[in-house]
Design a protein. Structure first.
Length: 626
């Protein structure tokens, strides 16, 4: 029935059959039953779930029976010659260790694990640069990671690589065996960061910011309370786990009505985070949020409309802000920071806004006694700045700001975490060029997915490009992600009426480039009122021809700008069929008004032949020549 080979099924059957033996032993299975479970691959946590005990109790029982994992060395030479590799893993099948611990002072770095949405190569860059900085300081480096595609798992990066899962059990086994000076949890993203508090309570030395303060930042309710105590503005918020109609009505009324932002704690890339536009949408996602993070409160926040989003990547030492880079989002708030188009240095922020962002980051760093990397996101309406969140770890934008400024933020963070201090200079605002980071999406590989952006991350990668000005840098970055400058026609579906009017200038730019304009009925009406000619493409619900989707299939359109306008009772945006077909046909698609307007400005001003291809070092040298 499953079409799974019987050999594999028999192996799985042995694992399943052993559950009965584990259960029969009660809360304290016999040593051999426990040993066989470990050989079959059961984790301490898995055994705990079967016998109804805690993971801590299972670990203590295993230690009492002397059932320690052995360190095995991966044989890269297929046993033809003796292999001397630093590729290690833990196993309960061995009788002795293949490699003995060294006497050198060492540090254990926790990697990022699998590449996926929210955790990509950027965190691996942070881990590799941490390892290199530690080696420069004379420490032996031990790294735990399990992704063969990472640079950190290359043979010549670290002194010892444990190719194993990043879990509490594995980290404790390595820590007790290797006895490092401490563990770095802040460079691999959310997976290692989530272990900080448990490791700390188990007696592990966590390097950098205290795990208690990491918890104060990660726990949404605790962090919001901290901001209140510091008199730092934030969107109005409350917490709840009650999804009854009465409670949700009261919450919505208390926060001033929809839309509302639902934010669970201790999750990566906005998982289970959403903007709810009506009660059913809020109820559905609140159930999801509670399931994702059942041990921490869910915060519901008033979603700020038409607010600019800003973020700061920084390094602090014992609460003192040392290095910082403020990046401006092209898109308004509501697009996850990992998906947003970032501009560094910021081009359209008030000087006073920049001051306030830096001042808030300084106050938060001091209150949380941060040592190492951290990232904060902000909302800004005019000069009113509010805090969204703070991550006491590296973020996906750390490699970007490090390369753009020419200062390796991660190297300095690693040095400060080890107590090594030297003068630093921050020049993130005084650059002789502009850099843009654009997100890379894989919607074409996700059949049926709606290619719209929101507060939950959707990008699978990103690219950074540098130019003489914002338009050149943006166009380079968009092209690098697969965007093509339109040569034939553009289909416009511009959402709310106000957005249709805001796009008048850009629509004229498209005409000046000789592009044919096509538009859905509402957008066409506004454009024609302004004297801009366009051909109408109808949605299926309009019951008229030609359909916009048929125009897309005709080959006359090579760019779609589709801004979702309204939401149904489930909070789903309209225009899905147009967006999805654009992706399936390989037609470039823009779904954000701010990015669409800036992109049109960029390819109105520049063509591909106008873009200069200069290397990174040439741009950095400009700062030294001034």
């Amino acid at each position: 029935m499953t079409r799974i080979d019987h050999w594999f099924l028999s192996q799985i059957q042995a694992v399943v059959a052993h559950r009965a033996k584990l259960r029969a032993g009660g809360a304290e299975p016999e040593a051999e039953v426990l040993a066989e479970a470990k050989r079959l691959g059961y984790s301490d946590k898995g055994i705990a779930a079967v016998i109804g005990a805690s993971e801590h109790a299972v670990r203590a029982l295993r230690k009492r029976h002397g059932l320690d994992a052995r360190v095995c060395q991966i044989d890269t030479l297929a046993a033809e010659y003796p292999a001397e590799t630093n590729y290690l893993y833990l196993s309960h099948h061995g009788d002795a260790d293949d490699v003995a611990p060294s006497w050198r002072k060492k540090v254990l770095v926790l990697g990022s694990g699998a590449y996926r949405i929210g955790s990509s190569v950027e965190f691996d860059w942070c881990c590799v640069n941490t390892v290199r900085a530690l080696q420069e300081m004379g420490f032996e480096t031990v790294l735990l990671n399990y992704n063969p595609e990472t640079v950190s798992t290359d043979y010549d990066v670290c002194d010892k690589l444990f190719f194993d899962e990043i879990s509490f059990e594995t980290v404790m086994d390595i820590y007790e065996r290797e006895r490092p000076l401490g563990v770095v949890v802040s460079m691999g993203g959310q997976v290692p960061n989530n272990l900080a508090l448990r490791l700390h309570r188990a007696g592990v030395t966590v390097l950098g910011t205290s795990p208690d303060n990491i918890d104060r930042a990660e726990d949404r309710e605790k962090f919001s309370a901290l901001l209140d105590s510091l008199a730092i503005a934030q969107p109005t918020w409350t917490t709840t786990g009650d999804v009854s109609d009465e409670k949700l009505e009261a919450v919505a009324a208390e926060l001033g009505g929809y839309p509302l932002l639902v934010r669970p704690s201790y999750v990566l890339s906005g998982a289970a985070m959403t903007v709810a536009h009506e009660p059913q949408h809020l109820r559905n996602y609140l159930h999801k949020a509670v399931q994702v993070s059942p041990d921490h409160p869910v915060v519901i926040t008033k979603f700020e409309i038409n607010a600019k989003e800003i973020e700061i990547d920084a390094v602090a030492d014992r609460g003192e802000l040392l290095l910082w880079a403020i990046s401006e989002h092209v898109e308004n708030a509501g697009v996850h920071s990992g998906d947003a188009t970032l501009v560094l240095p910021p081009q359209k922020l008030y000087v006073e806004t920049i001051r306030r962002v830096r001042r808030i980051a300084t106050d938060v760093a001091k209150a949380l006694e941060i040592t190492g990397p951290f990232n904060m996101q902000f909302l800004a309406v005019e000069n009113e700045v509010k805090v969204i969140e703070c991550n006491l770890r590296a973020s996906r934008s750390f490699p970007f700001v490090s390369k753009v400024t020419g200062t390796n933020f991660i190297r300095e963070a690693a040095r400060r975490m080890m107590g090594v201090r030297s003068p630093v200079t921050n020049n993130s605002l005084d650059l002789d060029y502009v850099a843009v980071k654009a997100a890379q999406f894989s919607f074409s590989r996700l059949a049926g997915a709606d290619p719209t952006l929101g507060v939950e991350m959707a990008s699978t990668g990103e690219v950074g490009c540098i130019g003489d000005d914002l338009h050149e840098a943006l166009l380079k970055a968009l092209i690098a992600t697969g965007f093509r400058i339109p040569r034939k026609g553009v289909l416009l579906s511009l959402g709310p009426v106000a957005d249709k009017h805001r796009f008048e200038r850009e629509a004229r730019m498209l005409q000046q480039k000789g592009l044919a304009l096509f538009a859905t009925p509402g957008t066409a009406d506004v454009l024609r009122e302004k004297g801009i000619e366009c051909e109408v493409g109808y949605k299926e619900a309009d019951g008229q021809a030609p359909l916009a989707v048929d125009l897309l299939r005709s080959g006359r359109i090579d760019l779609v700008i589709n801004i979702p306008r309204s939401y149904d009772r489930q909070g789903l945006p309209d225009g899905y069929r147009i967006r999805r077909l654009a992706v399936d046909l390989g037609i470039p698609l823009l779904t954000n008004l701010q990015l669409a307007r800036l992109a049109v400005e960029a390819f109105h001003r520049y063509d591909t032949r106008d873009l200069k291809a200069l290397d990174w070092a040439t741009y950095l040298a400009r700062n030294d020549q001034r």
